[in-house]
Design a binder for this molecule. Sequence first.
Ligand code: TXA
Ligand code: MG
Length: 315
Amino acid sequence: MAIERTDPQTVQEAAALLRAGELCAFATETVYGLGADATNSNAVLKIYETKGRPRFNPLICHCADLEMAERYAVFSPLAREIAEIFWPGPLTLVLPVKPGGSLSDLVTAGLNTVGLRVPAHPMARDLISGLGRPVAGPSANPSGKLSPTTAEHVRAAFGSAVPVLDGGPCYSGVESTILAVEDDRVTQLRAGAMPRENIEAALGRPVAQASHDAAITAPGMLKSHYAPGAALRLDANAPSPGEAYLAFGEAPAHDGPLLNLSPEGDLREAARNLFAFLARLDASGAKTIAVAPIPHSGLGEAINDRLERAAAPRG
Ligand code: TXA
Ligand code: MG
């Protein structure tokens, strides 16, 4: 007989699970996170085991507000300015760990920096406030696979092993943008749901991008990541026979499986649909998913980044 999973029905029940050192998946505006109390090493260890995540890949910590975040990291004036503009929201800051903070060493994977963000999703913030401590939370998918944007995706990936606090479909749909801030220098480590152009406009200066080939400071930067079972063929104006097609804007006629990220060509809608549509086309059984060209501006930077990693040769 299948094991019954008991999902928490309220934020309070989910916070109680975390307080007891258990895992609980939860919705954020970007993707579902696999949550644990970030100050409890036994709990954090369960994240790595459940995801099959390499231990050298640090986790980001979700805080209820800037005040909580400042207990765990050192904010330069620039870091504080960025946090005040963009939090709550889909932006992660990688900052020096504050000495004497109580985060588990497993969260930072032994680095002297920590990734922090304050999510905008009200349920996520209530969960963190309910626990009263940061919630470590990588995306709630097996390491290297497609990220989950619904509670159903999490259940499909982990079955009864992980309780899920259902907060509905994620309304941004791609992971947070990650910035490393060192004193007054800022570098984008991962493109994400907060477009780089918005950050540059707010700060009035360009934001450097970490090169793809840089040493892995964010293993979300691993070349092959977010991989579906099918191969991906990018920048395809039309599908070949036998392929599934992920369209954007006006779609060509096609006999096989076809989903349109955004018939109107809206990048926000496309980001929201990206992982769910890749998962559905993958489930269609097609060996190859051809993907329409997607503009690179704005949110297109993050969408193209995820597609390139999903298409990369598997290592
Ligand atoms: O939107 C998101 O960021 C989602 C939701 C759940 O908040 N979380 C997420 O977590 O995408 P994850 O673990 O899948 O990706 C976090 C990335 C990883 O690539 C990790 O290597 C990087 O953040 N990271 C975490 N701490 C870091 C640090 N101290 N230095 C450099 N990179 C770090
Ligand atoms: Mg991830």
